[in-house]
Ligand binder design. Structure first.
Ligand code: MG
Length: 164
């Protein structure tokens, strides 16, 4: 079996007023937030799916059904930590992540440093290996109308020694 694995994840949450904006595990200063059953951290949800994908463990909805009241307003780092534990049990740990937000709002640029450090600490990787990108859709579609924020993640994982 190869010593490296790659996984990709994608998620979308609706933009609403009156909810906090939580991205990459950081609560950001914003007039708008994201709606969802959990804290709606669209970035950590995409990263969690990427980790699960890299080690062949399905998707976030299988492990944490949105119908389960235990995950109401949950801190999404719980989901990612679970995925990282599953990966470690299979002998893999993350080494790099590349994240792309897609949407016209909120603007990501002012939060880039906070997001990078949040992503790095959530995954336990060096900030230089945690990249944040953002793009608009030029006003087109639901992202262009500012109705939702999407996030895509790619996570590279390396084989590590498994200790009992
Ligand atoms: Mg989600």
């Amino acid at each position: 079996m190869s010593g490296i694995r790659v996984g990709q994840g994608f998620d979308v949450h609706r933009i609403v007023a009156g909810r906090p904006l939580v991205l990459c595990g950081r609560t950001l200063s914003s007039e708008i937030g994201l709606d969802g059953h959990s804290d709606a951290d669209v970035a950590l949800h995409a990263v969690t799916d990427a980790v699960l994908g890299a080690v062949g463990c399905g998707d976030i909805g299988e492990h944490f059904p949105p119908t389960d009241t235990r995950w109401k307003d949950a801190d999404s780092s719980v989901f990612l930590d679970h995925a990282l534990t599953l990966a470690r049990e299979r002998g893999f740990a993350p080494v790099q992540c590349d994240l792309t937000f897609v949407g016209d709002r909120p603007k990501i640029a002012p939060f880039r440093n906070q997001l990078r450090s949040g992503l790095a600490s959530s995954l336990g990787i060096d900030p230089s290996a945690a990249n944040i990108k953002a793009t608009t859709t030029e006003g087109l579609g639901w992202t262009g109308r500012g109705e939702g924020l999407a996030c895509m993640a790619v996570v590279l994982m390396e084989a590590v020694a498994v200790h009992d």
